[in-house]
Design a binder for this molecule. Structure first.
Ligand code: ADE
Length: 384
């Protein structure tokens, strides 16, 4: 695949495209990157590449005649016509789908703007695509062009070699990557999750998939429309104006959550989750499975769950007394079950601890599809 770059600053491209995978791809002729100085095509004594905007205003505008001459020359260097891509903050925002589409072209001619912009006639008559790398303004299109080349080149066959495939990565299936660990297995008291050391590949795959869904739900819920819809549906069921169901904000929510739990469970020992450090570990291991509901910026309900790849466990569902009987517990549990199901969890357990609210809690679970398995335990099967 061939990339031609039109720029006023060709020197900017030395370096980033001369290291690592992109360097090897260039050496192996898998990609060809040619950088061209627009200024070479300026004419006249001072060879101006820009001029004042008609109608007045700040800054300078790149000239249509110079740009067009540069493009005409560059086009003639290869028989593949390619498409002309102008890097501009006004363009379509670059994402994985656009990268993949651009990688299907044999040739991309990238135009880097500078100064206040480019004469609109060049854009109108010569540019096929306008691409932005994000909603912020850079001083020119050079860095965006390099970002685009790097991202697109990775999709050119053989560029990544045998061992890696863009299909295995974040965004290929709309999910973020799972966490990675390497030796040493123990460092500074920081352990690698046991499942990765056990050699059971099915469990490892399940754990990784779970991690990817959980991370995406926690960090980029916008990439998970199914979960978002679930969350929205759960929210609509809460009969409290202004109630917001969200993931826990740790440690900011901690005092409020512990106070809720202690009130609900009386003097009952909260087990491991009573110690902030232990709670932090549980949250880290189960991202996206600790939910709270806030009303007027105050946490009024909380629930936490874990999933070990086989079973999900629900801990400490609690709702502040003044917000009971409004559907908050139901919405929290519905969302939690939705998230657990999305991780592949089909069986749930919980224990109702003896305490001031245990009779009410048991009645709630029985009314919501849970089956009592012994004096304190309940189980629920999640459908697929
Ligand atoms: N030129 C200046 N800012 C840019 C951006 N965010 N994306 C693409 N080109 C740009």
């Amino acid at each position: 695949m061939r990339f031609d770059v039109l720029t006023l600053f060709p020197d900017a491209f030395a370096g980033p495209l001369d290291v690592s995978i992109i360097k090897r791809a260039r050496q192996d002729n898998l990609i060809d990157v040619q950088v061209h100085d627009i200024r070479d095509h300026a004419t006249g004594r001072h060879r101006p590449v820009d001029d004042y905007p008609f109608g007045g205003g700040q800054g300078m505008v790149m000239r249509v005649d110079v740009l067009d001459a540069a493009l005409h020359h560059v086009r003639s260097l290869d028989e593949a016509a390619g498409i002309v891509v102008y890097l501009t903050p006004q363009g379509q925002r670059l994402d994985d789908a656009i990268v993949r589409e651009l990688a299907t072209h044999p040739r991309l001619i990238l135009v880097c703007g500078r100064y206040e912009g480019v004469d609109e006639r060049f854009i109108e008559h010569r540019v096929d695509r306008q691409v932005s790398i994000g909603d912020y303004i850079l001083t020119g299109g050079e860095l965006p062009a390099m970002v685009l080349i790097d991202a697109v080149a990775r999709h050119v066959p053989d560029v990544l070699g045998d061992e890696a495939s863009p299909e295995d990565e974040s965004f290929a299936d709309g999910l973020l990557e799972h966490a990675q660990y390497t030796r040493p297995a123990e460092y500074n008291g920081w352990d690698v999750p046991d499942v990765l050391l056990g050699g059971d590949h099915a469990s490892i795959e399940r754990w990784r998939r779970e991690q990817r869904v959980a991370r995406t739900a926690a960090r980029r819920p916008d990439l998970l429309p199914a979960l978002r819809d679930g969350e929205k549906a759960a929210l609509q069921k809460i009969g409290v104006p202004g109630a917001r169901l969200r993931g826990v904000d740790y440690p900011a929510d901690l005092p409020a959550v512990l106070a809720l739990w202690r009130a609900e469970l009386g003097s009952v020992d909260l087990g491991r989750s009573d110690a902030p450090a232990e709670l932090a570990k549980l949250i880290e291991r189960n991202p996206g499975l600790f939910l709270v509901v806030e009303v007027a910026h105050e946490v009024v309900a909380a629930v936490m769950a874990g999933f070990d790849g086989r079973r999900g466990y629900v801990y400490h569902l609690a709702v502040a007394p003044q917000h009971r009987r409004k559907g908050i517990a139901r919405a929290l549990m519905a969302e939690l079950e939705h998230r657990l199901r999305a991780r592949g969890c089909l069986r749930l357990n919980l224990f109702v601890r003896a305490g001031p609210e245990s009779a009410a809690a048991s009645a709630f679970y029985e009314a919501h599809g849970w089956t009592r398995i012994d004096a304190q335990g309940f189980a629920k099967a999640l459908d697929r």
